[in-house]
Design a binder for this molecule. Structure first.
Ligand SMILES: Cc1cn([C@H]2C[C@H](O)[C@@H](COP(=O)(O)OP(=O)(O)OP(=O)(O)O)O2)c(=O)[nH]c1=O
Length: 352
């Protein structure tokens, strides 16, 4: 089985972060989201992977994927973002008639996708879809299921037929590419993968659903990035190699040899990247700090800081923040008590 990762979306809900870089390269728990996705596929034994990119996302994604090893990655262009079905269709020739796993480039599954690959290989359906119970199904593709078989699938229905939403992992035989051919666009003008699957159902193909075990996260909105970071840091392991002096570290902390913690307090789980300096600071739980960042005389918790961020002399606790590459925050008196910032790359905030 080969893997297809659609990663050509515009990421509008993650603006301003996605004004400068595409969603799949944003980091959670110290790693770009798309690298988490590729590792999930590799763990399931999928080592030939096509990443669908747009003209805007290609360069950044190509650069990010240079660090990935152990699999063969092909970038496929989707010049116009005409929908997920269209994105998958772009990989038809590359798939060359074999089975494919379509794994959305912005999704995270606690326990990965091994159980899906196993079921698919054992039962050989035409489609197997990951399904998850959600409180608000109308925002998703929704499935009606009978004894493990999906009997109806509707994209973002006004009146959902169940609370089972389609999560971002699909497993298909080559029949999906026939179903995608000549598919009309939906009412919202997109070529929907759910319409192609619905076509398979109508044609009598075997379409199965398997419930997601553990947590599942679609990192579409800023709050999802913070949630994903928190969920991934829950399983962080302590590894302290860097210099620690006059500081108190508790909980699980990852501190590489090239980073330093001086006169500070850190309460894990906290993930610290390479070449980071933390001085006279408090870093609270569920914080990821990107490489080359400097945090001095400041307090940060439950936040994601990209690389080369500088936070200095901020007399206000930063909480629930998403801070872009090379952004700077400085100054600030203790009014209000906490500050929640979402800052795109290279932003500068001076609190006076
Ligand atoms: C619509 C579309 C999505 N995708 C990918 C991007 C995501 O990984 C996945 C789901 O897309 P979405 O989350 O629906 O879209 P998006 O990523 O552009 O984000 P937003 O809604 O905030 O603008 O499918 C494509 O590759 N091509 C497309 O034409």
């Amino acid at each position: 089985m080969k893997g297809i990762i659609p990663a050509a979306g515009l990421g509008t809900r993650l603006r301003p972060l996605t004004f400068t870089r595409p969603k799949p390269v944003l980091r959670v728990a110290g790693k770009p989201i798309i690298v988490h996705a590729i590792e999930t596929l590799q763990t399931a034994g999928i080592n030939e992977i096509a990443v669908i990119v747009s003209d805007l996302t290609r360069t950044e994604i190509e650069y990010t994927l240079r660090s990935v090893s152990g699999c063969q990655i092909t970038l496929i262009d989707q010049h116009e973002q005409l929908g997920l079905g269209h994105a998958v269709g772009m990989a038809c020739e590359w798939a060359a008639g074999g089975d494919v796993c379509v794994y959305l480039g912005d999704n995270l599954f606690e326990f990965g996708i091994n159980s899906y690959v196993e079921q698919f290989n054992a039962e050989r359906p035409d489609a197997l879809i990951a399904l998850v119970e959600v409180a608000d199904p109308s925002a998703f593709g929704v499935a009606r299921v009978n004894q493990g078989h999906i009997v109806e699938l509707v994209e973002k229905p006004k009146e959902p037929v169940s609370n089972l939403a389609v999560a971002g992992a699909y497993f298909f035989s080559s029949r999906i590419f026939q179903a995608l051919r000549d598919l009309p666009p939906s009412a919202r003008g997109e070529y929907e993968i759910t319409d192609a699957i619905q076509r398979l159902i109508r044609e009598g193909a075997t379409v199965l659903g398997q419930r997601v075990q553990g947590w599942w996260k679609d990192t579409g909105r800023p709050s999802d990035l913070l949630d994903a970071n928190r969920l991934l840091l829950e399983r962080l392991e302590t590894n302290i190699e860097g210099q620690v002096s006059g500081s108190r570290l508790s909980g699980r902390v990852h501190l590489p040899a090239s980073s330093r913690v001086l006169s500070s307090k850190i309460v894990g789980p906290v993930m610290i990247g390479e070449d980071v300096v933390i001085e006279d600071a408090y870093i609270g739980p569920f914080t990821s700090i990107g490489r080359g960042s400097v945090i001095k005389h400041a307090e940060v918790e439950h936040s994601v800081l990209e690389a080369f961020v500088r936070i200095e002399s901020v007399d206000v606790r930063l909480q629930d923040c998403l801070i872009g590459l090379r952004a700077r925050v400085s100054g600030g008196r203790r009014i209000p008590r906490t500050l929640k910032l979402t800052l795109s790359d290279a932003s500068e905030v001076e609190l006076t």
